[in-house]
Design a protein around this ligand. Structure first.
Ligand SMILES: [Zn+2]
Ligand SMILES: [Zn+2]
Length: 338
């Protein structure tokens, strides 16, 4: 089968012929219909996280149709459509037992430590599957596990965003545009930043107050938006030293700063202001199967809209990566695989 792989760190994502995966008894074989392209795939290419043996098929936002069912798999049958939770977890460690599977100490992630979905087929555990509602298209379903469920996990589970809160979303890209929607569903008032007019326009359509920090004073707008108190929650989709410094300065005492991106390797936090304000800096890692189930329901109910920006066939991976790097689109890029 054809697949997009990391063959060596620092190279390019390459289209390659790979053997058809064989599902284990507790797994299914999916014909991949759509696979979301994430900037994490480019981080993986650079070797920022070890992938185990190479070549590794990447792609962790997968929607497909079951074509083979492992011998020990019940509840699923050939022809079922499903979207795939990313983390294959142990189910036994203290984090799994408390439902915080995103912290599982023994997880193997699909598209990271095990082969992913930028391929014609992928074998995944049946326990990672969530059914795709009939009315939801494959490409829209594919982006739910990361671009959407990750924002749900960050805002709702980690940030505890609720009614009447003031939320600042730094960066309206593939994640941020879904973050705006989820914060609004939770009942929050939302400020969203971008330097691109078209992104601000769509953020506004989804109910955020748009801010272009290149031409407007974010500090003044936040002061007005919060009557000088500072926002309750900052969602940092940028992950630079500057975004952390700026975000913390706009956060109210006791507010939560959510770390979602990690473009810079580290950041500095002035200790005395942190001591005085009791601000919380919270890591937000991926999403759980439960988060994915919740966002599927929100999409099915019509309240949440997954935004697919562009579609490329698997064979045009080079053009898709170039488009992702240019960043001149709104929403997620999806590879159509079969
Ligand atoms: Zn991702
Ligand atoms: Zn575990």
């Amino acid at each position: 089968m054809r697949a997009v792989v990391v063959a060596r760190y620092g190279g390019a994502l390459e289209l390659m012929e790979r053997p058809l995966p064989r599902p284990a008894p507790n797994e299914v074989l999916l014909r991949v219909r759509a696979s979301g392209l994430c900037s994490t795939d480019l981080h993986l290419l650079q070797g920022r996280m070890p992938l185990g043996g190479l070549p590794r098929i990447v792609g962790h936002e997968i929607a497909g149709e079951i074509v083979q069912v492992g011998a020990a798999t019940r509840d699923w049958k050939i022809g079922d459509r499903a979207v795939v939770a990313i983390d294959v977890v142990c189910g036994k460690c203290r984090h799994c037992l408390t439902g915080e599977t995103q912290r599982c100490t023994a997880m193997l992630r699909i598209g990271f430590e095990r082969d992913g979905g930028h391929a014609e087929y992928v074998a995944v555990p049946a326990s990672n599957l969530v059914v795709i509602p009939r009315e939801l298209a494959d490409d829209a379903a594919a982006i739910l596990p990361d671009a959407v469920a990750c924002m749900y996990h960050s805002l709702i589970c980690q940030g505890k965003v609720g009614v009447g809160q003031k939320v600042l979303i730094l960066g309206v890209g593939g994640l941020g545009i879904h973050g705006v929607q989820i914060a609004r569903i939770a009942g929050a008032d939302v400020l969203a930043t971008s330097r691109r007019a078209e992104r601000l326009k769509i953020a506004e359509q989804f109910g955020a107050l748009p801010v272009n920090p290149a031409t407007q004073s974010l500090k003044e707008i936040v002061a007005e938006f919060t009557r000088g108190e500072g926002v309750d929650v900052v969602v940092d989709n940028i992950g630079t030293r500057a975004s952390v410094r700026e975000g913390l300065a706009l956060l109210r005492p006791g507010g939560k700063f959510l770390v979602i991106a990690y473009l810079d390797e580290s950041f500095e936090i002035p200790s005395l202001p942190l001591f005085k304000t009791e601000q919380e800096i919270i890591g937000c890692r991926g999403s759980t199967k439960q988060d994915l189930t919740q966002v599927v329901q929100l999409v099915q109910s019509g309240r949440l809209q997954p935004i697919v920006g562009a579609r490329y066939p698997l064979a045009e991976i080079g053009a898709a990566v170039a488009r992702l790097e240019r960043g001149d689109l709104i929403g997620r890029i999806v590879l159509t695989c079969s």
